[in-house]
Design a protein. Structure first.
Length: 402
């Protein structure tokens, strides 16, 4: 699979899995697996359909066949017994806490011809139970309930060489009537963070539902998605992959390259979360490290993160290739749109373009470092107070020798 697709799909899979302050005792971590839940059918019926037992993707493809991958997390209960269930237990200085872990699950359907009849693929994952002794103090019991489900795939012609592809995921896991009001037990029988990846086979591709071409607009509007939304994924401009996510994304979503790794929050607030983790007390870090391997990896990575990597997370805008200037050019500052004291002080000064950047509205900004600034080195390191932003109409190019 395309590494770009794999990276964003994994971020979707673990979005919200554990949230800052990354501790089991935090209230925000008491309710888990908040995205992409596909509940057992009997529980959905008991809730009058308010909680869905299906997730449905509909999208458009210009291809002969598609490969389909359905992924989700299978919750796993970790219970501390001493000998009765307790929230936490400290043994020989190490803290053990009750928690919900998860196992990754995938149902892969390698090739589905789009002119074939509808098909249903049943799947199941077995229950499991392990007991880990904690000396004479107690035990860790890990328990996973069995899951049963079905993937239904169908396609129909939607125009010349165009097909509407439907992928529906249903949860048919049985739930004893006595447990229908027990949220913890329901979650253990739920598909969590469910999403679908579709791959066009034989050189075909998919049609954007967000920005379909005029001849596909009607067919795109007729697509109905339940609990998910499909977008083009992978390298921009290519259409071989569609990611159907429970989190609303735009076409070609990506994780910022400056991100050091999973923080279970794809909103790109890595700098804030990283700084907050670094300010935790030793006791808080100890609890975070003991939650599970996922939290431990976040902590270890953050503590070993070099300062220069942290600096890259701060206020970065992407460079553009369409500006009439380039990094390293020397220019004279000619402010136009403002008249504050700093503009008056910088007017006429010679500066070096440290970066050519583009904001969310596609406006070009030049990051300038004044040539004779005693703190010029700090400006080149992108430190505040030594970089100044101007539009392309507020500078003039200098000829060689000026």
């Amino acid at each position: 699979m395309d590494p770009l697709v794999e990276k964003i799909a994994r971020a979707v899979l673990y979005e919200g899995f554990i949230l800052y302050p990354y501790r089991a005792s935090s209230k925000k971590n008491q309710t888990r697996f908040t995205f992409g839940r596909v509940y057992p059918r009997s529980y959905s019926a008991a809730q009058d359909g308010a909680e869905p037992f299906v997730m449905r993707t509909e999208c458009l493809a210009k291809a002969d066949a598609v490969g389909i991958s359905v992924r989700f997390l299978h919750p796993l209960s970790r219970e501390i017994n001493a000998p009765e269930p307790v929230a936490e237990l400290r043994v020989e200085g190490k803290l053990h806490q009750s928690w919900q872990e998860a196992v990754e699950r995938e149902i892969a359907i390698p090739r589905v011809p789009l002119d074939a009849a509808p098909q249903r693929i049943s799947f199941s994952f077995p229950a499991s139970r392990t007991v880990e002794p904690l000396g004479a103090a107690g035990t860790i019991v890990r328990r996973q309930e069995a899951l049963e489900g079905e993937v239904e795939i169908a396609s129909e012609a939607a125009g010349a060489g165009l097909f509407k592809v439907s992928v529906q995921i249903a949860n048919h896991t049985p739930v004893p009537e006595s447990l229908l009001e027990n949220q913890r037990e329901i979650v253990l029988r739920t598909f969590a963070s469910t999403h679908t990846i579709l791959q066009a086979e034989g050189g075909g591709g998919f049609v954007s539902l967000m920005d379909p071409p005029p001849d596909c607009a009607g067919a795109a509007a007729a697509c109905r998605n339940i609990g998910t939304w499909p977008v083009l994924a992978g390298e921009k401009g290519k259409s071989a992959t569609m990611l159907s996510s429970p989190i609303i994304l735009y076409d070609y979503p990506e994780i910022a390259p400056e991100s050091a790794g999973d923080l279970c929050d794809g909103a790109e607030i890595d700098e804030i979360l990283t700084l907050r983790i670094k300010t935790m007390t030793d006791e808080e870090k100890s609890e975070m490290r003991g939650v599970d391997d996922f939290a431990r990896r976040i902590l270890d990575r953050t503590e070993s993160l070099p300062d220069e990597h942290l600096l890259k997370m701060h206020g970065l805008m992407r460079e553009t290739k369409t500006a009439p200037f380039k990094t390293g050019d020397r220019v004279r500052i000619r402010p136009k749109s403002r008249a504050d004291a700093m503009d008056m002080a910088l007017a006429g000064r010679i500066a070096i373009i440290e970066a050519v950047e583009q904001d969310a509205e596609d406006k070009i900004h030049l990051a300038l470092v004044v040539e004779d600034d005693p703190g010029r080195d700090l400006g080149m390191l992108r430190q505040p107070g030594h970089r100044f932003f101007y539009g392309t109409d507020e500078v003039e190019s200098l000829r060689e020798g000026e």
